[in-house]
Design a protein around this ligand. Structure first.
Ligand SMILES: C[S@@+](CC[C@H](N)C(=O)[O-])C[C@H]1O[C@@H](n2cnc3c(N)ncnc32)[C@H](O)[C@@H]1O
Length: 217
């Protein structure tokens, strides 16, 4: 594949736009559903929790999230206008029932008040954070005391085999994430790495190692 094509894939993963972006949103939701479910399950969601997700893509996983407990409120934040629209369309019933709320933001300053959420999670977005330490302190600020943040990402060793990750992506392994978290007031409660089979762009099954950090305020 040409360098421009690889660059285009990386840009779509970072910020899906246009016709291709819709396809990318569907593909991401399908390929990453196991990581997303794992992240949600590790949040230990309780009834009436207020939950925030950063970078939800098309948010095709909300039915699964709402099965975790009763009377949940879900808030989604995106940087991609297209994913914001797609998520609202796919989840229009949850939106009209005022269970799901979607907004756009700049990727740095989170537009919510201090201590707003019981649980926060994000899957496959850390690679694109512009100022990771600052974003983590924003996440800390809007979490309620004892609230949890679940950070899920694919390991550098796997990601660096994908030719498009040379563009746009900052890759992480467990140690690098741990060092980043140690610069914040978060406590690490738990971390787990799993390997799963995923379909590669060329169709064959490959092993992907991914990690979840469960943090507490
Ligand atoms: C690779 S996709 C992952 C989508 C979904 N979480 C998944 O795992 O399938 C990255 C998504 O995060 C969004 N994004 C990129 N940087 C972000 C940031 N700083 N905060 C929130 N979302 C971001 C992109 O618009 C895109 O929809």
């Amino acid at each position: 594949m040409k360098q421009e094509e690889l660059q285009a894939i990386a840009s779509q993963l970072k910020n899906p736009t246009g016709e291709k972006g819709i396809e990318m949103g569907n593909m991401m939701n399908e390929t990453n559903i196991n990581m997303t479910r794992h992240s949600v399950q590790n949040l230990n969601i309780k009834k009436e929790n207020k939950i925030l997700e950063l970078g939800h893509g098309n948010a095709g996983h909300l039915e699964f999230l709402f099965e975790q407990a009763e009377n949940l409120k879900y808030y989604g934040l995106e940087m991609s206008e297209l994913m914001f629209q797609e998520a609202r369309q796919i989840n229009r019933n949850f939106v009209s029932q005022k269970q799901a709320f979607f907004s756009l933001y700049d990727g740095n300053k989170i537009p919510f008040e201090d201590q707003s959420f019981d649980k926060i999670f994000t899957v496959n977005t850390i690679y694109f954070w512009q100022e990771p330490e600052k974003l983590l302190s924003e996440i800390y600020r809007i979490l309620k005391p004892n609230g949890n943040f679940c950070l899920t990402f694919a390991q550098e060793d796997f990601m660096k085999q994908l030719p498009f990750t040379q563009f746009e992506f900052e890759l992480y392994n467990t140690e690098k994430v741990q060092q980043l978290i140690e610069k914040t007031p978060f406590e690490i409660v738990y971390t787990e790495t799993q390997t799963e089979k995923v379909k590669s762009k060329t169709g064959e099954l490959v092993d992907r190692a991914f990690t979840t950090f469960v943090l507490e305020k």
